[in-house]
Design a protein. Structure first.
Lengths: 249, 794
């Protein structure tokens, strides 16, 4: 195992998107048919064939403009809600990722609805969920994930938490001293992906208030009626599907 | 590059001007970041907030085409405030040389302008009775180079720069203060550039302005410094080294001219200077001829008469297409080149292709050039050109070398076999040459240069030639035993040595362990030189002009980054010396720039076609009158435009400045990348970048399909309305700049209109490189259903 954590230092990211292409290459994912819609960001969302992507965000603040980049992907939570809600127990936690047993997955989409990062995506034709699996095949073969090995600047690193976390903390302190007072860590204590940010999470299109813990789920749902409705809808559909299957059987 | 990529880590300040290093040279950012970790600053000067500007410490907006104003202002700032490296300037440049008192600069032009050419009679040094150049070491004589330079750039005040470039004063002053601080001994400033500097009617002078500034600040020849041309293709350095250009033959020797150099004696007499390393030119060229013709010998002038020679016509890219457009070119090889997309004023170039009898396109895919006869809006029945398409192997499908920007000649092996019938360029060239030579057996004019050419690389009817044999020929060998030579020092003008390209001598000098194949990660220098990783021309030297890294006594300006140190009896060396290491340091200090006749860096140079000092002129098309002088454009630029192709100064019909560029996700004319679905996913369509203010004024919303129009053509693109572009205040008026990537065309998976349908057929005074980077246009919100032929053709 080549590591148990990915560090994404967005202050070193130049949005070359070598990571996006390396992911598609290693995982042999087909290209999306996209359009240019007025932003370099493309594809504009995760899909079953797009597991990582770079967010672009232009922020104009009092006459100065900043252009922020951040690689988005599965956070590989230590306490993954996707696994907790999976009715088939198809998702499970390892030392370095949240993995999926494809034989068990039936593409119900519970994981997609509950993920605070909106990462898992279901291929409805295949009835399977797809997301970043931290290149488990490479990591177990002592290689870094494909995206990390493609990164030209060192914005992406892969290694062990015991090394990466202190390095990230030092980097944040250095950025703060160097004129980025809002520099901060993001993702610390959440999972296997740690960010060094130069500004607040929203500036990088990162969820500033992720709620990954199952314990908070009920309260969260009450505050998020749409999501609750969606869950109810999917649950109903899953139940109906099962009923259908039962009838067929 | 005078330096190399890894050396960027040693810079105190890195200034990117006229290039987008993060997007077009992504790995450069690794080394730039290393410099920044040590407190280094990264400056980006660009009309747009690019992905480079987004991560820069200082971003300075600039109006396209005003780099000399910007750099000239820095020269003035350094001189006025005494920030230049005084000792370096005194000892290592021609600052003290006295210039002919008849030399003048008035109303924006230098003395000697006659019609559209300069007579350089007054651009000369004063000499004494013995012919020695007169000097004033105090640098106070009003006719010394330093005083003339100071006077010339005294006009480039901060006010004048801001007014001309549109760069906000605060940003400009931040750049000036930060970059000119590298003039302190022991500090290193690196200026890197690419096509944003060169693709102007005064592009060569843009580069000169960088060189002058770097000499003044003592940034040449030192670790972390340099004038660093970042090459936009992996092997474009190799292609110029081997003379894929009309004006040179391999190793940067001038191309013979029929009028000036009809004989070998004329060539030698007129191209060999009296001093400087180029006094060896006859040895280099004679050895090249010996490599090409086995019977070359002093008695037959090394078969110099076999060399093709330039006629009176201009044979640059623009010149060739002008001739082709006029119907005077019968056949054309587009070999790894796609002028239908990449050529300036591409509508004219596409029309020119139809005047050919035959066209051979050699590429990985069917390019727009290969398929010009079936492009949208034309009737192929009306085109008589016969087109041959030869499938080529790509760089991973064959072995050979790639010479990177840092002059490292690195061997690459074949990773996979080429698909289908695709062949290496060497295979294609070999079969072509054999067929042509065979055809001459039936007779023809002047067959000897073809029939007698040395062509012994193996390879039968269909076999791959032996590329090692080609490598050894380029490296050079002693004729008597065929053994590769160690370096160019042994080359002679007596027929005993053969060498295809003298600067490459040494790259393949050991058949069992050729330097170009070396991959040692051991760095004895401790400075990232890696002398046993590939081979850097010349002589495996990693930083050229490196004598200038030490003071005249041999003490390094920066002891922490010492390339050399004189220990009293010899030099302690961390790089291959670019000077005579066997003499006392005070002696080699006389000639730190060994290639030049003066041996010293040229703040004043008579070599340029358009003036000894870089002077700001406006682009051929400009929204304003020249704010610096009464001379609007470069008086000696090359104009290949057709009547009616020029928008007048301040045109109301074409009020916006347009510039062209590349994005990270596509490459050049897009032929490789627009055929890659993964890359098309990232950058799917042709777009145009414009400011929110201009968009509002024009009723354009982000994502709209719009039309962009110049005097030369019309194209469609999707609007990218972005705060990354901002109107600039120039001469008291607001000037909007729009940005166009030039990757698209009608072939491949992702198609779109070509930005080069808009660019002009005008070129630089020295190189004739087209002015792709600054021209006038209009932008309109238009219905989506514009007719194809209305758009693609004039």
């Amino acid at each position: 195992m080549s590591g148990d954590m990915m560090l994404i230092d967005v202050t070193r990211c130049t949005a070359c998107r070598g990571c996006q292409t390396a992911c598609k290459d290693w995982n042999q994912l087909p290209a999306e048919q996209t359009r240019f819609t007025g932003s370099y960001e493309n594809p504009s969302d995760f899909t079953a064939n797009t597991w990582t992507r770079v967010a672009f965000n232009e922020v104009v603040n009092g006459g100065t403009m900043s252009w922020y980049f951040a690689k988005l992907q599965c956070m590989h939570c230590d306490d993954p809600i996707c696994a907790a809600v999976c009715p088939r127990q198809a998702l499970y936690k390892t030392e370095f990722n949240v993995a999926l047993d494809y034989d068990r997955c039936n593409g119900c989409g519970f994981c997609q609805v509950f993920c605070p990062y909106e990462v898992p995506r279901v291929n409805h034709a295949l009835k399977k969920m797809f997301k970043c699996f931290m290149c488990w095949d490479r990591v177990l073969a002592e290689k870094r994930p494909a995206c990390v090995s493609a990164c030209p600047t060192g914005a992406l690193q892969f290694g062990f938490e015991k090394d990466l976390l202190p390095a990230a903390e030092r980097r944040v302190a250095e950025l703060r001293r160097g004129g980025k007072p809002r520099a901060q860590l993001y993702g610390a204590g959440i999972g296997r992906v740690l960010y060094v940010l130069g500004d607040v999470p929203e500036a990088y299109k990162l969820n500033p208030d992720p709620v990954p813990m199952l314990g908070g789920q009920v309260v969260e749902l009450a505050l998020r009626p749409l999501q609750a409705l969606a869950v109810a809808g999917i649950a109903a559909k899953v139940i109906m599907d099962r009923v259908d299957q039962g009838e067929e059987q | 590059m005078t330096n190399h990529w890894i050396d960027y880590q040693h810079s105190d300040v890195i200034m990117s001007i006229g290039l987008n290093t993060a997007e077009n040279h992504p790995v450069s950012m690794k080394w730039i970041d290393k410099a920044r970790e040590k407190g280094g600053k990264f400056i980006v000067v660009d009309p747009r907030v690019t992905r480079s500007a987004a991560v820069a410490d200082i971003y300075a907006p600039i109006r396209p085409g005003t780099d000399i104003a910007f750099l000239g202002g820095l020269i003035n700032y350094a001189i006025e405030r005494g920030l230049y490296h005084e000792e370096y300037v005194k000892h290592y440049t021609n600052a003290s040389y006295l210039i002919n008192p008849a030399f003048k600069f008035e109303a924006g032009v230098f003395s000697g302008l006659d019609d559209s050419k300069y007579d350089k009679d007054t651009w000369t040094y004063q000499t004494d009775a013995q012919g020695n150049v007169k000097k004033d070491p105090s640098l106070s004589d009003p006719n010394c180079v330093f005083q003339l330079l100071k006077k010339h750039y005294s006009r480039y005040t901060v006010d004048a720069v801001v007014k001309t470039t549109g760069c906000p004063r605060s940003a400009y002053l931040a750049v000036a203060e930060t970059f000119c601080a590298t003039g302190r001994p022991g500090k290193a400033g690196n200026i890197n550039y690419a096509m944003g500097i060169t693709q102007h009617t005064y592009g060569s002078q843009n580069v000169r302005a960088i060189a002058v500034l770097q000499l003044l600040l003592g940034n040449m020849g030192i670790a972390g410094g340099g004038v660093n041309a970042q090459r936009g293709e992996s092997n474009v350095q190799g292609s110029t080294d081997l003379a894929m250009l009309y004006h040179i033959i391999p190793g940067y020797n001038p191309c013979p001219s029929a009028a000036a150099h009809p004989t070998w004696a004329d060539y030698k007499a007129k191209t060999t200077p009296a001093a400087g390393y180029w006094i060896n030119r006859p040895k280099f060229v004679a050895s090249m001829l010996k490599a090409w013709y086995t019977d070359a010998a002093p008695g037959n002038d090394f078969r110099y008469d076999y060399l093709p020679k330039l006629d009176a016509k201009n044979r640059s890219h623009l010149g060739i297409f002008d001739e082709m457009y006029a119907g005077r070119v019968k056949g054309f090889f587009a070999w790894g080149q796609n002028p239908a997309v990449g050529g300036a004023n591409a509508g004219k170039e596409r029309a020119a292709l139809a005047k050919l009898d035959w066209l051979v396109a050699i590429d990985l895919f069917e390019t727009e050039t290969a398929g010009f006869w079936k492009r949208p809006g034309v009737h192929s029945k009306t085109i008589g050109t016969e087109v041959f398409l030869l499938p080529a192997a790509n760089s991973y499908e064959k072995q050979g070398t790639i010479s990177n920007s840092g002059r490292w000649i690195q061997w690459r092996y074949e990773a996979v076999h080429p698909p289908g019938e695709a062949k290496s360029d060497l295979w294609i060239a070999d079969k072509l040459f054999r067929a042509i030579r065979n055809a001459y057996t039936a007779g023809g004019a002047f067959p000897e240069p073809i029939q007698k050419m040395n062509w012994n690389y193996g390879g039968g009817d269909l076999d791959e030639p032996d590329i090692i044999k080609v490598a050894v020929e380029i490296n050079g060998y002693t004729v008597a035993d065929g053994k590769p030579i160690a370096g160019f020092g042994v080359l002679a003008e007596d027929g005993s040595t053969a060498c295809g390209c003298w600067i490459y001598a040494g790259y393949y000098n050991d058949l069992n362990d050729p330097p170009a194949k070396r991959r040692s990660r051991v760095d004895a220098s401790g400075l990232g030189m890696y002398h046993n990783w590939s081979f850097a021309w010349p002589a495996n030297r990693r930083i050229v002009y490196n004598r200038a890294s030490c003071d005249p006594a041999g003490r390094p300006w920066n002891p922490n980054l010492a390339l050399f140190r004189w220990d009293g009896g010899q030099w302690i060396q961390n790089d291959v010396p670019d000077f005579a290491a066997g003499v006392a340091p005070e002696e080699s200090a006389q000639r730190p720039f060994i290639m030049l006749a003066e041996g010293q860096g040229l703040l004043f140079s008579s070599a340029m076609a358009d003036g000894p000092f870089p002077e700001h002129y406006e682009p051929w098309e400009s929204p304003v009158k020249n704010p610096i002088s009464a001379q609007q454009t470069n008086p000696v630029l090359f104009d290949f435009s057709l009547p009616g192709e020029l928008a007048e100064v301040g045109s109301a019909d074409f009020p916006y400045v347009a510039t062209t560029y590349r994005v990270c996700e596509h490459w050049q004319s897009g032929i490789m990348t627009r055929n890659s679905p993964w890359l098309n996913e990232l950058m799917p369509e042709m777009f145009v970048e414009l400011s929110p203010e201009l968009a509002a004024q024009k009723g354009i919303k982000n994502g709209d399909r719009v039309a962009i129009i110049s005097k030369r053509g019309r194209i469609r693109a999707i609007a990218c309305v972005t705060s990354r572009l901002k109107a600039l205040s120039v001469s008291g008026r607001r000037v909007e700049v729009i940005g166009l990537p030039w990757h698209w065309g009608y072939a491949g998976f992702s198609t779109g209109d070509s930005a080069n349908l808009l660019t002009p057929s005008v070129g630089d005074a020295n190189t004739q490189i087209p002015e792709y980077k600054a021209f006038l246009c209009d932008i309109r919100s238009t219905p989506v259903d514009m007719k194809e032929d209305d758009i693609n053709e004039r």
